[in-house]
Each structure stands twice: as C-alpha cells, then as structure tokens.
Design a binder for this molecule. Structure first.
Ligand SMILES: [Zn+2]
Ligand SMILES: [Zn+2]
Length: 220
C-alpha cells in the first residue's frame, strides 16, 4: 500500500473553505500524515465548467488547468449556506459538478450517486491554498493535450486518467472501510439523491463553454 494512502492518519488541521461572497463556508479536515492526492486537470469538461461560471481567473492556471484534491466525503463539511449549493451534469456521463448559486463559485465534482464516496475539490475553494500548502505535492497533470498554453519547466509530470481513477477507486474503498463515506455534504440522505437537482446546459451555453468543438470528454 502506498504510504500516501496510509489509513492511520490522524486529523490535525482544518482548512477553511469559502465561496467568493462568503455565503457558503465550511471546513476541510486534513491530515499531516496523509498526503492529499492533488492533480491539475486540463480536460475539456473541467475547462467548460469553469468557463460557464466565468471563474477562469479564480480557478485556472496559465494553461486553463484546474487544481483539485481528492477526498473522502467525511473530510468535507459545509457549515453555512447549504441552500446555495447547485450542480451541473455537463454531459450526462455520471459526473456532477458543484458550484454556489450565490456568486457562481466552482466547488468541485462528485460522481452521480452518494453510493460512490468520493469528492474532487477545487483548491480554489480553499481559503488557505497558498504555500505552505496543507496538501501533498501535485501528483501529476491530466489531459495535458487540452492545455491552452505551454507549461513551464522542462519536465511536466503527467498522469493518465486511468492512473488517477485507480487512486479514486482506492479512496472509495478506504472511505467504506473506515466509515468515512458519510456524512456526505452533496448526498445528505445517502443513495442517489443529491442535495440539488442536476442542471444541464442549453445548446447555446454548451457552445460557449466548450468553444467551437462543443464536445464533452466522452465525445458527445
Ligand atoms: Zn457566494
Ligand atoms: Zn478534468
């Protein structure tokens, strides 16, 4: 078992979470011993989501990448503004992308059912994302062929979506094993009913968010 997935990690620090206007606030409990998996994704769906919310400046790196951390549901608590949570199902492919309706701040994504105990949280939703980061090193960059600019550095560490999904699967197993699959902010009743009904983009919104190709990652 990789050390970064150590199950004995003790919670040692809370990271404050907030939307841009402050109506939605929460905390993320992180552990010093557990290195939180951190990735930067350049896939067309991540880019479209951020563009649709006009949150480019808040989220994107210089090449339209979104930095995320992968978590068990129990790590994430929203203490204020639950009523402002909304989600989008961009492509009907089983991923819900969460944001706040008060100020259109992107939060992150989950799978379409609370039966899959996993959260991908945008680090831009964390108030304390500056160095020293409470999160681990960036494990890799995903979907780099969609990057909109050259990335700095001679060697850019890339990771395949498959490798990343392997890590996601392990988080879900671990969450179940150690009872950290709940509470699940986005699926408070458990099961497949999210706290807000998934919205869809109109044809026009989709064209604007995805650009000329208008295609989701799954090619639809
Ligand atoms: Zn807000
Ligand atoms: Zn992505």
């Amino acid at each position: 078992m990789p050390t970064e997935y150590s199950a004995q990690a003790q919670p040692v620090a809370d990271v404050n979470l907030s939307c841009s206007c402050g109506a939605v606030q929460g905390t993320l409990t992180v552990s010093r011993r557990a290195s939180v998996p951190r990735y930067v994704c350049y896939c067309t769906d991540c880019q479209a989501f951020v563009r649709h919310l006009r949150a480019n400046e808040l989220v994107f790196d210089q090449a339209s990448g979104s930095e995320v951390i992968h978590l068990e549901p129990a790590a994430l608590k929203i203490s204020k503004g639950l009523e402002h949570l909304r989600c989008l199902d961009l492509c009907g492919r089983g991923t819900l992308r969460w944001y706040t309706v008060c100020c259109s701040t992107p939060i992150g994504s989950t799978l379409s059912s609370g039966g899959f105990p996993f959260v991908s949280l945008l680090t831009s939703f964390c108030c304390e994302s500056s160095e020293p980061t409470p999160f681990g090193e960036v494990r890799g960059r995903v979907g780099i062929r969609n990057a909109t600019a050259l990335l700095p550095g001679e060697k850019v560490k890339t990771v395949t979506a498959f490798r990343m999904l392997f890590g996601v699967a392990w988080i879900m197993v671990r969450a179940r094993l150690f009872g950290r699959h709940k509470p699940f902010v986005f699926f408070p009743e458990g099961g497949s009913r999210p706290i807000a009904s998934p919205g869809r983009l109109t044809k026009h919104q989709r064209a604007t968010a995805y650009g000329l190709s208008g295609r989701c990652c799954n090619g639809t």
